[in-house]
Design a protein around this ligand. Structure first.
Ligand SMILES: NC(=O)c1ccc[n+]([C@@H]2O[C@H](COP(=O)([O-])OP(=O)(O)OC[C@H]3O[C@@H](n4cnc5c(N)ncnc54)[C@H](O)[C@@H]3O)[C@@H](O)[C@H]2O)c1
Length: 302
């Protein structure tokens, strides 16, 4: 198959690009002609320490392959400095991949305030700050591609990851809203929930599985979502090991009660099977899809 998705002269910012998924994204965007800002704080997997080696190593790899890249060592909490690196070196930014991440797993009973705060700061505040700094530039140029990195934990929940699940699900609502706000300005925003062998998964997956779950199986979807030709926006994908799938909401037809009469818990209990019956289910995609049945029950056309 011929390679149609090129990024020549495009500037791509990838956070947490010193290892794992981010490194794989950085190498592939650079191979396809992009000028890449390789951001990485270079600390440990639980948010401790920092260093320049991780980002430098990936920049060197890109340059050795004939590509163009510059390192940035800021924490994503300092998103403005990361975007400034793009502007100072390349004068523009077209693509942002919010990927940096750490884990602070603990059952909720044992989770400390610092476990909660650190996960919030890296995944939520970090994605916000980087995106917030790039957003006016994208609005002004009428073009942008953003991919945020969520997790199956955020979609489904996972034992020991209340902090992580909270922020990862938050990124989905964040992306959906930016997809709406960016629609008329050529900005496409999507979310992925990847599975890959990396420092973050090395303690929970067996070695042979880790080796098979190459980050390189996730990167092509990110590239596809960031391509100039892509019209996809506001979507969520699960991806890993060569499997790519799109998710959507499913809503039962629900039960309607007389809005002029008193509604009781017992009446809801009596309709419980109907409320949870997915026969003839709908697939809402906008907030207006919520107003439909709500106003419909009142006999009002919104
Ligand atoms: N690997 C998986 O199976 C998996 C599953 C679901 C979600 N994710 C998400 O994918 C993303 C990448 O994870 P990975 O598996 O490649 O892990 P990784 O540890 O290999 O890479 C994450 C990188 O982010 C960097 N980083 C951490 N905090 C940072 C900060 N404050 N500022 C800048 N850089 C920072 C780290 O130094 C590291 O190089 C994360 O957001 C993670 O939550 C991964």
């Amino acid at each position: 198959m011929s390679e149609t998705m090129r990024f020549d002269d495009r500037v791509v910012v990838i956070t947490g690009a010193g290892a794992g998924l981010g490194r794989s994204h950085a190498l592939e965007f650079a191979r396809r002609g992009a000028k890449v800002v390789v951001n990485d704080l270079g600390g440990g997997g639980h948010g401790e320490g920092k260093g320049s080696e991780a980002a430098d190593r990936v920049v060197a790899e890109i340059q050795a392959a004939g590509g163009e890249a510059v390192a940035n060592y800021d924490s994503v909490e300092n998103g403005e400095a990361i975007i400034r690196t793009a502007i100072d070196n390349y004068d523009r930014v077209e693509v942002v991949v919010n990927n940096a991440g750490i884990l602070r797993d603990a059952s909720f009973a044992k989770m400390t305030d610092s476990d909660w705060d650190l996960i919030y700061r890296v995944h939520a505040l970090g994605a916000y700050r980087v995106t917030r700094a790039a957003w006016p530039i994208m609005l002004e140029q009428g073009y942008g591609r953003i991919v945020n990195t969520a997790s199956a934990a955020g979609i489904y929940g996972n034992f020991g990851q209340a902090n992580y699940a909270f922020v990862k699900r938050g990124l989905i609502g964040f992306s959906n809203t930016l997809a709406i706000e960016g629609a008329r300005k050529g900005i496409k925003v999507n979310v992925i929930a990847p599975v890959a062998g990396s420092r973050l998964t090395e303690t929970i997956l067996p070695k042979d599985v880790l080796e098979a779950l190459k980050p390189e199986f996730v990167t092509p979807l990110v590239v596809r979502l960031c391509a100039e030709s892509s019209t996809e926006s506001g979507s969520l994908f699960e991806v890993g090991a060569g499997w790519v799938a799109k998710l959507r909401w499913e809503r039962s037809q629900g039960a309607c009660f007389d809005p002029k009469a008193e509604l009781t818990a017992e009446a809801i209990d009596a309709a419980w099977d109907r409320i949870g019956d997915f026969t003839g289910a709908q697939h809402p995609t906008t907030i207006q899809d919520t107003f439909g049945p709500v106003f419909g029950n009142l006999g009002i056309t919104p």
